[in-house]
Write a protein that binds this ligand. Sequence first.
Ligand code: PRP
Length: 216
Amino acid sequence: MVNPRPETVHVLDNHSLVRHHMSMLRDVSTAPAAFRQHVKILSLLLLAEATRDLRMRDCAVTTPMEAMQGQQLAGRIAAVPILRAGLGMTAAVTELIPDVEVRHLGFYRDEQTAQPVRYYDKLPAGAPADVALLLDPMLATGGSACMAIETLREWGVGRIVMLSIIAAPEGIRLVTERFPDVIIYTCVIDRELNDRRFILPGLGDAGDRMFNTVGE
Ligand code: PRP
């Protein structure tokens, strides 16, 4: 039996704001504009936790009163949204980390097999970022996350941190078993996947709700 919450998995469901916005996000009557806003707010809350210990360097600061030593971010940080739904989390990262590199990966999940299919991957050859923040609101089977992590490993990224808004136990288990050094931050771990590999109780398909393509 694998521990469903190993040390590398951080769940923010004890935070009042996370619970509030998660409930709005789950609600079937939440319209696309509000859905995108709740995704962004939850992404900001996740990011604040996931970036507590980034590498820093000293810098000189002059306040209106005197000179002092401050600190600023050091090293290259990449945000890696998995299309489409990861796009909804990207603005949170670019606002909090203005110099972040955004590297898109395009995967969709085959409806019959639930396996990820790659359709966009433009990581440059060599020169990997020091840290990758992998963005996908949903971690269901974990297949898409594993494909993305393998891709980032091939690029040469040393440290990978995954941010998801909602996760299933199956996805958490797969990622932590295959990549025990990847840190996962999620707002909540739901009960289970159904036979179509959708998260229960879940929130439906985040990409469809975000981009108003439900039912297509
Ligand atoms: C959803 C979701 C994740 C993936 C999770 O994407 O946004 O990328 O499925 O499932 P997994 O953990 O089982 O791989 P989807 O295929 O619906 O594409 P979309 O984001 O374009 O809607």
